[in-house]
Design a binder for this molecule. Structure first.
Ligand code: HEM
Length: 194
């Protein structure tokens, strides 16, 4: 399988980044909801540390993915798609990129605004600095920042759940209804006719 995208299909790098990020985000959405329902204690602390490490990894992979996309042509959309459907597809993808950046950044802001000043230790190795400005706010302003970041993180995560459902429904519609290659050209281990 080629590393680069071709005019008709995705290459190995784009596929790897797509599936790594997709699986990590789905796991993080479920684990995030589970974690915040736990009582304060060691389990919640450990899970939150893991959550922050995986979230920062998603942020890094998303930056790589955007750079890769900028230097790589995108496979064309099928000719049968009308202008409105093309616009919906491109709009959804743009919102996905926004959320893949905004969710981890709002989480980072939330961790930085915490009144307990809990360090973020990346997979138990190095300490990741808190975001500048937020972490040095006076106590009462920090509380406001924490509330805003918490609401934003939760709201954006909920929006991601809705968008994921639409994305999966659209991919299945292409496969089952339109019988085109929009789904299969992103599947791993699948050779594609050039
Ligand atoms: C794509 C990446 C991420 C996803 C999908 C995600 C998702 C979530 C979700 C669903 C929750 C629960 C929200 C709720 O219902 O209250 C949550 C909580 C939280 N997240 Fe994230 N998150 C991500 C990245 C991050 C990052 C990078 C950090 C910090 C560096 C972070 C820090 C937190 C914290 C501190 C909480 C609250 C924990 C608590 O209240 O005990 N998240 N996240």
């Amino acid at each position: 399988m080629a590393l680069l995208n071709s005019p008709k299909t995705y290459g190995a790098v784009a596929k790897l980044l797509h599936w790594l990020i997709a699986l990590a985000i789905i796991g993080m959405l479920a684990a995030g909801k589970y974690m915040t329902d736990l009582e304060i204690g060691q389990d919640r602390f450990d899970l939150t540390q893991l959550h922050k490490s995986i979230g920062l990894t998603i942020l890094g992979l998303t930056v790589l993915r955007i750079l890769w996309r900028l230097v790589n042509r995108q496979p064309a959309l099928p000719a049968h798609m009308g202008a409105l459907e093309r616009l919906a597809a491109k709009g959804t993808h743009l919102v996905f990129y926004f959320l893949m950046l905004a969710i981890p950044l709002s989480g980072w802001a939330l961790a930085s605004a915490s009144k307990y000043n809990i360090p973020t230790v990346y997979f138990g190795t190095v300490e990741v600095p808190h975001l500048p400005y937020i972490s040095t706010l006076p106590r009462d302003e920090k509380k406001d920042a924490e509330d805003i970041a918490e609401d934003a993180h939760e709201m954006l995560a909920n929006l991601m759940i809705v968008l994921l459902a639409l994305h999966i429904a659209a991919a299945l519609k292409h496969h089952v209804w339109d019988r085109d290659d929009v789904l299969t050209r992103m599947l791993p281990f699948r050779r594609h006719q050039e």
